[in-house]
Design a protein around this ligand. Structure first.
Ligand SMILES: Nc1ncnc2c1ncn2[C@@H]1O[C@H](COP(=O)(O)OP(=O)(O)OP(=O)(O)O)[C@@H](O)[C@H]1O
Length: 256
């Protein structure tokens, strides 16, 4: 579902540095309402830094960044945003159950009030969607990496976000879990949620993706339809006979 209204995420000429290194060199990126956008690119191209900038975790040194039409510095609508960080930055060690972690996804809505009926229903639904309802009472420290990832996704879904941002949700996740995630995302998309995903491969998510934005060295190298990324003719420019400008092969370095 696309509308002509204002983007839910808008980055224009965004620059950012980490330590002494300039990592983002002028990123232009928009996500329209209801759109599912994949952010692709080689290791170190700036994908995570882009999404971390979008959620205010990395300070921006230049350009314009807005969420739901509000400049990030003035944005207060965090209950509208669900964020799943890259797994290594959110690993276990927390003495909490699966249900407690997923419930924390309601915090921006409940503002420390006890969970009400609607909150509990949203938590249950999120656990169901990721197939973790039967593990709700278990410690998160007793989960595998892929299960932990599902819990983090459920935490984001529990907040019933209008915008879902996920950093490499498929990494280290088996094919069955990838399909669970694809189903969950399908449900979100059908409900009108806008989604920005950092990915290395489109995998089972390919049919859901409206646009793929490829980063290279802190800039947008190209924006493409996912079918084109899978089109073998794009990968062999010398084979093209119609004189059309061939697309560049996407090399993440992970697909050998
Ligand atoms: N804390 C940091 N201090 C300095 N440089 C950093 C820091 N974190 C990341 N970088 C650098 O920023 C660049 C972009 O990193 P980023 O994590 O955004 O890339 P990425 O495209 O998400 O990579 P990957 O596919 O490996 O996850 C890399 O060159 C990285 O070395």
């Amino acid at each position: 579902m696309r509308t002509a209204s204002e983007p839910v995420i808008s980055l224009r000429g965004v620059t950012a540095s980490l330590g002494a290194r300039t990592v983002l060199r002028g990123i232009d990126l928009t996500v329209a309402p209801g759109e599912v956008v994949a952010l692709l690119g080689a290791n170190g191209s700036g994908k995570s830094t882009t999404v971390r900038a979008a959620v205010g975790q990395v300070p921006v040194s230049g350009g314009e960044l807005a969420l739901f039409g509000t400049p990030l510095a003035r944005f207060r609508g965090w209950r509208r945003v669900g964020y799943v960080p890259q797994r290594s930055t959110a690993a276990g060690g927390v003495p909490a159950t699966v249900r407690e972690v997923v419930s924390s996804g309601r915090l921006a809505r409940t503002r420390l009030r006890p969970l009400g009926r609607a909150d509990k229903a949203a938590v249950r639904h999120a656990l169901d969607v990721v197939g973790m309802a039967d593990r709700a009472g278990d410690s998160v420290n007793a989960l595998s990496g892929g299960q932990h990832q599902r819990v983090l996704i459920a935490r984001a879904l529990a907040g019933e976000p209008e915008l879902l941002i996920m950093d490499e949700p498929l990494t280290g996740v088996d094919l069955a879990s990838q399909r669970v995630l694809a189903e969950a995302l399908r449900g979100q998309k059908d409900g009108g949620t806008s989604v920005l995903l950092v990915l290395h491969e489109l995998g089972p998510l390919a049919p859901l993706i409206d646009r793929a934005v490829v980063l290279r060295d802190g800039r947008v190298e190209r924006v493409d339809e996912p079918e084109r990324l899978h089109d073998p003719s794009c990968h062999h420019p010398r084979d093209t006979t119609d004189g059309a400008e061939p697309a560049t092969m996407i090399e993440t370095g992970l697909l050998s």
